[in-house]
Design a protein around this ligand. Structure first.
Ligand code: SAH
Length: 556
């Protein structure tokens, strides 16, 4: 953990690299700073995956390109850094790749030095090495080259390039050009005019390390034409040198089961990570956007009163749980109320326990309670049906769950003549990360997100509240049960349902739908026309078209 900066009245600036896009290429130190900084000043190249890991409540200042594509002037960025640090804040200046590789990091430090503001530099993984690596191009190889060189392809104001092509060609190393898409023709011609063999292998690599990564491999003589055919855009790098020929053999990133796929996960932040980790392991890019956060109702006099009465009741009585979070809040409340478990189970009457599904059952088992009933199908209606069949006549039922629990649970119980008390333990609060809202909406609309996962009806409502008004028919929703699916259907989303209410079943469903050999129809290719790997292919299939009537709402 990086400690508070207590020895300075002014704050401090950490100039840090965020890597080329893949969240896994963020350094441990930068990830820690994202948690501990007071304010984050970030560029356009920071990927949505990385933005999604910035806590929603954190102050973040975007200094990338504004509407109309005008970059924020460097002086203004310098001014923001000095201003925020002088307020005594811990400022994280987050840049794409490595902050000193064409990142103007040096200029920012000079300004901080002059203003007497302490700073640290956290190097990042630079795109100049990582993007070729993800394309299967080692920048050096003993059989082919003994050096690599990183060059800016950014043109001067008059459109000319400040590159000594003759010297570069003599080096015989791998040449990596950043900021080079606009000047591609000039660069390739410059190399050939300086004597480079037009047959030299070359590549252009777009959005490397992300799910949208594309690779065009050709020769120095043909790269421009092939790149144009494939419609390569920014950010991209050009690589020239023999090692580019290895990509055809050594490519790997897009070959992973979920390589080239991007998913958006909506779950309460408390339990988001396991699904994300498993999808990442399979090569997918994952944006974690917890749509909802749970807030325990505390103090909870209604629960206290209901429990006191429950404990005194004789005859058969059931305690019903409908989520793992509900279980954990319930036990926190017992501790807060200093209510002994023995009072619940050892008083008059016979206390039985029901759980809606296996995860809730496990949460209870971890606390030494093995439920008497877990329905075969994960749904509130099924729980209601099975419980009404199993509970003895005249049983008392206490349901401890979320404030806006499913309406399907209670009717079967009351219809069976049971007495039911429905007690709220927690409420779900909509959590919007404003940094992400726009980007996510845009990606959903243009097919940049393959699917969104939902694990409860409230995550669907929370997601809609978070992204705001849009045509939800673009959204392919992978849902954990019928009830969740029904909620997603109300918004007009395309529905997929996992077989069971478990993370395993979710991963299985996603792999079946999007894994290599699943419904994917696009694949990246070598030597020329690079197909869009993954994501967009889903929408080319036809049924995923946006535009049909869907419920537009921003409620949460
Ligand atoms: N400091 C950064 C480079 C900043 S200059 C670094 O170390 O990576 C911006 C240029 O970096 C872009 O124009 C592009 O050429 C390259 N770049 C950055 N991220 C990239 C990515 N994910 N894929 C391809 N090129 C990338």
């Amino acid at each position: 953990m990086i400690k508070q900066n207590s020895d300075h009245k002014t704050g401090k600036v950490w100039l840090a690299g965020a890597g080329p896009g893949d969240e896994g290429l963020l350094t441990v130190k930068t990830a820690e700073l994202m948690e501990t900084a007071d304010v984050i000043v970030y560029d356009a190249l920071i990927s949505p995956e990385i933005l999604s890991s910035i806590p929603a409540e954190k102050e973040a200042i975007y200094v990338g390109k504004h509407a109309g594509n005008h970059p924020v002037p460097q002086e203004e960025i310098n001014h923001i850094l000095v201003r925020e640090a002088e307020k005594g804040k811990r400022v994280l200046r987050l840049k794409g790749g490595d902050p000193f590789v064409f990142g103007r990091g040096g200029e920012e430090l000079e300004v901080l030095k002059e203003a007497g503001i302490p700073f640290e530099v956290v190097p990042g993984i630079t795109s100049s090495v990582a993007v070729p690596a993800y394309a299967g191009i080692p920048v050096t190889h003993r059989d082919h080259t003994s050096s690599f060189h990183v060059i800016t392809g950014h043109a001067r104001k008059d459109g000319t390039l400040n590159i000594d092509f003759a010297s570069l060609v003599k080096l015989n190393g791998t040449l990596v050009f950043l900021m080079s898409v606009a000047s591609m023709e000039k660069i390739l011609n410059g190399l050939m005019e300086a004597g480079m063999d037009p047959q030299t292998p070359a590549a252009v690599l777009e959005r490397g390390t992300t799910a949208g990564q594309r690779r065009v491999t050709a020769t120095v003589g043909t790269l421009k034409e092939k790149s144009d055919q494939a419609g390569i855009g920014t950010p991209a790098i050009i690589v020239a040198g023999k090692v580019c020929a290895l990509a055809g053999e050594l490519h790997w990133a897009e070959d992973r089961i979920l390589g080239g796929r991007r998913f958006l996960l909506t779950r309460p932040r408390q339990n988001i990570s396991s699904l994300a980790g498993r999808l990442r392991d399979l090569g997918a890019q994952v944006i974690e956007m917890p749509a909802i956060r749970t807030e325990p109702i505390s103090p909870n006099p209604v629960l206290q009163d209901a429990l006191e009465r429950f404990c005194l009741k004789s005859g058969e009585k059931w305690l019903v749980f409908t989520s793992p979070i509900g279980v954990s809040v319930f036990f926190e409340q017992l501790a807060e109320l200093r209510m002994d478990l023995r009072k619940l189970f050892c008083g008059p009457g016979e206390t039985k326990i029901a759980a809606i599904g296996s995860a809730t059952g496990r949460a209870l088992a971890e606390r030494g309670i093995f439920p008497d009933l877990v329905p075969g199908v994960y749904s509130a209606a099924e729980l209601g049906r099975e419980l009404s069949a199993k509970a003895g006549k005249g049983s008392h039922i206490l349901i401890a769950r979320a404030e806006q629990g499913s309406e399907d649970l209670i009717p079967p119980l009351t219809a069976a003549g049971l007495t039911v008390e429905d007690i709220s333990l927690y409420r779900t609060v909509c959590e919007v990360n404003p940094l992400l809202r726009e980007q996510v909406r845009e990606m959903l609309e243009n097919g940049g997100i393959d699917a969104v996962t939902f694990t409860s009806g409230s995550t669907v409502r929370g997601f809609a509240g978070a992204v705001g008004e849009m045509d939800y028919s673009c959204v392919r929703a992978v849902c954990i049960g019928e009830q969740t699916a029904r909620q997603a259907e109300k918004y007009g989303m395309q529905i997929e349902i996992a077989e069971e209410a478990s993370m395993d079943a979710m991963v299985e469903k996603i792999t079946e739908l999007f894994g290599r050999g699943g419904s994917r129809s696009g694949k990246e290719t070598d030597d020329g026309a690079a197909g869009r790997a993954g994501s967009r292919a889903v929408y080319e299939a036809g049924d995923g078209k946006c535009g049909s009537g869907s419920l537009k709402t921003t409620d949460c």
